[in-house]
Design a protein around this ligand. Structure first.
Ligand SMILES: Cc1cc2nc3c(=O)[nH]c(=O)nc-3n(C[C@H](O)[C@H](O)[C@H](O)COP(=O)(O)OP(=O)(O)OC[C@H]3O[C@@H](n4cnc5c(N)ncnc54)[C@H](O)[C@@H]3O)c2cc1C
Length: 332
């Protein structure tokens, strides 16, 4: 049975924050509801965590919608749907890596309903955690995915700390490559957080995947113009070609001069509890042509330190090859 809750439909962010504050840990921000409704049905966390009595829907808040573009880049409202993002002419034309990432999330129906805020704030998809196991992330003292007989082919290679889940957002690595910032409003005012710092790993807080605390609302995402119009590449490898989460994905933007990589940003997801910017790869390839040799160096650098769990070893090959292809991809 889906447990009962009270639904609030504020028309402004301040009003939403007021309700969220009132119910504090018993409140829940509702955007497109795709992840949230699954949560309610699973009731995964509820044995240990406070139950959300107040659902605060952001649907009626006009200021959270829409994409504005200007000389300084893009301002994308948190309630902008993934379809809007994937099809917006300016995003397609100038920030192709973001349009491509949003356009490869799941199915058209999910992209029509799922929002940018919900995609970047989505929770772990680990089936032990989602399935109600009393794991570390749910407040227990075991990682059920990290046991000898566990089904862990979707789990991580890097950054594990007791919990071995991965972050599954397709949009996050594209935003990292573009140096985006997340604008968060809460009871203490507004904060602008670089997207890399928006995510936190289990070593920092094992119960959440990002810096959001009760009472906080993502209002928009800012994409600076620095990488606008540059060469870009996004690729997502998944188990099924139709609407599936990525096993590993890669996003890259690059600036070339005289056939040499002058500057590059490269990020991946699906391999660690947070999306990862691969700065070692960026440094290794800057100043070189995006040829086969550089691509090989990039791939080998990307997998340095990877420690697969039992069934996730195939992701090492995927990570190496996707990063190689990203280097080749920004050349054309
Ligand atoms: C079948 C299926 C397949 C999927 N496949 C993919 C895939 O291939 N790639 C991929 O990247 N994702 C995938 N997803 C995840 C999907 O993209 C997200 O579930 C969706 O984008 C969430 O958006 P939403 O608007 O429905 O968020 P909700 O479900 O409403 O919210 C998700 C989480 O974000 C929080 N939240 C939402 N908006 C805000 C905000 N503005 N401020 C603060 N907190 C907020 C909510 O409190 C909740 O914790 C899939 C989901 C499903 C159900």
């Amino acid at each position: 049975m889906m447990p009962a809750f009270e639904l609030f439909q504020p028309s402004s962010v301040d009003e939403a924050i007021g309700v969220l504050r009132r119910y504090d840990k018993e409140s829940w921000v509702l955007a497109g509801g795709l992840d949230s409704l699954e949560w309610l049905k699973n009731r995964v966390e509820w044995p240990k965590a406070p139950y959300p009595r107040a659902m605060v829907s952001l649907e009626g808040i006009e200021e959270l919608r829409g994409i504005r573009s200007g000389p300084d880049g893009l301002e994308i409202g948190a309630m902008t749907t993934l379809s809007e993002l994937a099809e917006h002419p300016e995003v397609v034309d100038r920030y192709g890596v973001l349009a491509s990432a949003a356009g490869q999330v799941a199915s058209p129906q999910i992209r029509n309903q799922g929002t940018l805020g919900g995609n970047i704030a989505q929770d772990s998809r680990c089936w032990y955690y989602r399935g109600g196991f009393d794991c570390y992330r749910a407040g227990g003292n075991t990682c059920y995915a990290d046991t000898p007989t566990a089904m862990n082919h979707d789990h991580c290679l890097l950054g594990a700390d007791r919990c071995i889940t991965v972050n599954s957002s397709d949009v996050a690595p594209a935003l990292i490559a573009l140096d985006a910032r997340v604008v968060i409003r809460g009871p203490g005012g507004e904060d602008v957080v670089p997207i890399e710092r928006f995510y936190i790993g289990p070593g920092t807080d094992i119960t959440r995947m990002n810096v959001l605390e009760p009472g906080m609302v993502i209002t928009r995402v800012q994409v600076p113009g620095a990488w606008s119009g540059t060469r870009s590449y996004f690729e997502k490898a998944r188990h099924r070609q139709s609407w599936d989460f990525g096993a590993v994905n890669v996003a890259a933007v690059a600036r070339l001069s005289g056939g040499i990589i002058e500057g590059i940003r490269l990020a991946v997801n699906g391999v660690a509890p947070t999306p990862l910017r691969l700065t070692a790869v960026e440094e290794a390839v800057t100043g070189s042509p995006p040829d086969e040799e550089t691509a090989t160096i990039a791939g080998e650098t990307a997998i340095w330190g990877a420690r697969p769990v039992h069934y996730s070893d195939y992701k090492v090959t995927l990570l190496r090859n996707l990063v190689r292809r990203a280097i080749r991809g920004v050349a054309v």
